[in-house]
Ligand binder design. Sequence first.
Ligand SMILES: Cc1cc2nc3c(=O)[nH]c(=O)nc-3n(C[C@H](O)[C@H](O)[C@H](O)COP(=O)(O)O)c2cc1C
Length: 321
Amino acid sequence: MLTTPICELLGIEAPIVQGSFGPWSTPELVAAVSEAGALGTIGTGLQSPGAVTAAIRRVRELTSRPFAVNFTARPFTEESFQATLDDSPGIVSFALGDPGDLVVRAHDVGARFVQQVHPVEQAVRAAESGADVIVAQWMEAGGFGGTVAGLALVPQVVDAVAPLPVLAAGGIADGRGVAAALVLGAAGVQLGTRFLASVEAGVDLNWKKRIVDAASEDAIRIEFAETVFPPSPPGWATAPRVLDTPFVDEWNRRRDDAPERADDLRDELMAALREERAHELVPFTGQTAGLIDEILPVAEIVRGLVTEAGAALRAASMRAG
Ligand SMILES: Cc1cc2nc3c(=O)[nH]c(=O)nc-3n(C[C@H](O)[C@H](O)[C@H](O)COP(=O)(O)O)c2cc1C
């Protein structure tokens, strides 16, 4: 058993969170993660308010355990946020911007508020806003990462927001990574890519297979992201990390041309998303792809993370004498 104070705060058995997959989240994955004793997260990005409500209800049919509902500032849909609050969520998480009064609104309905940050300054701001948990997302992460690597970022965020609990996110796919995060002072971890390559994840099988086959170097940043995705706030630069594709390779090379083609590129991405083939253009994936060599059931992933982390912590303490 691997327990930290965040387990009691979030009502979970293991200090492990499955981060949101935005439009690629499915209730089946979220429920499987929560059933395994970790925390599943529903993504709401680019979903209609009705779809968000339906996902929350479906997860509740599948599990009575806690789960989170994630929102991002870019894009943010007020109707979906309010519909979620109306459904009395246990945990709300937020990424890619300042939460403003969303923390108070979540607290007013009795929900815990988890805020993902990239720079340390953003962590301090989130703590001042009243967030209950801070997620420090490293540059190695799948989805949007900042510019600082985990070994440097996590201890700084831990110190800056103490005594608030911090989850380390990005670059973790096995128990050694979980152990390292705890040693850095984190209260737990948030994983994305490892759970994407799970049996229960609802994404295309080819995407999962590419994760299994990929080296870490294949997970690259979209250098032209600021022209096609909603731009980062000043000083809080982020860019999505994806497995390379002809689309990303071409526009990373032609990034100076991207601004004048921004509308076309955005239309191409949205059309691909509607046709459920966005992974052919932008398969969001982190550098842990190099560590993942099997598509596994979620319960096995969670069990492995817990067992290996305990063993890694014991082995490290013996090595240090
Ligand atoms: C396909 C995909 C979609 C993501 N969408 C979101 C999102 O909508 N909101 C969010 O907060 N994080 C999002 N993330 C980040 C993950 O929740 C998680 O924090 C990150 O993947 C952790 O890094 P790792 O992939 O190295 O484990 C996404 C990640 C991936 C891989």
